[in-house]
Design a protein around this ligand. Sequence first.
Ligand code: PMV
Length: 311
Amino acid sequence: MTAVGWGKVILLGEHAVVYGYPALAAALDRGVTIDAISTPAGGPLRLDIPAWDLRVSASARDEEHPVARALAAIADELGIGRPAVTLVGDAQIEHSAGLGSSAAMAVAITRALLVYTKRAQDVKTILAAASASESVMHGKPSGIDATLATHGGIGVYRKSAGLRPIAAKIRVLVAPSGIPRSTAAMVDRVAQATASGRTQMTNAPTTNSDGRLVELGNLTDTGTTALLRGDHAGLGAAMNRAHELLANLGVSTEQLDSLCEAARATGAHGAKLTGAGGGGAVIAIAPRDREQAILAEWKHAGVSGFVSTIG
Ligand code: PMV
């Protein structure tokens, strides 16, 4: 049985969510799939995702490759030792693109290992294993990626309360910029730009009352209300303002700014970077009859975007 973990987009509230503010996020209709195949000749626990040119094996927790360490963390969390299994994967999203690829991979691996060891697909177990993997990959994540990769759907996420699903559906245009970046480095940049004064992600405080983070959290509330009312212009306005604040916090780039500008100039209700920034992806929402023109503008800028129905 093929196991899946969904990619995600954050519509509003990234970075603020690290400090306990709410974020509006949704699973994409694509992600990472994994099949667990037993290795008859024996050997280590292996992972092979040709779409990402990724091939690692997990013997100990101190492997050099972070994905090997993440794989070992999942196996340890599940308490299964190192079975002679090859996890063969496929990915419909790019890695390091701000689309939750590492969490999607962790959830798909966990589900595949649960199938292989004939254990129940218990959500708590999946989240715990995916979180162990995310901690290896990202330091101290808010948990939003692992939660969406596990549950799918759309909702408001808070670190303290988890995901509150909402009944909404919307088409989102996604443009992976092709520039990889580190989530941990971007979270660290926000810690430095705000009043926290700490520089290491692992030491990031859990509360931070910097006005920009407070406003990002408030925009999640405004944007969610607009989405639930079907007011896409209102949601778009909240997204535009969120992008300004994220840029002010230092996590946008000239390329991300110009992809957003191109979408707005072509009729989008709103556009912003999504995820950690510093590269990664931008998203836009737009009237249906503007979608193709926006994708064409992005293509012109060298970026191959796509439309995903979320919710
Ligand atoms: O790793 P990304 O790019 O999908 O973004 C994660 C979202 C952040 O709020 C920046 C970090 C987090 O842990 O919530």
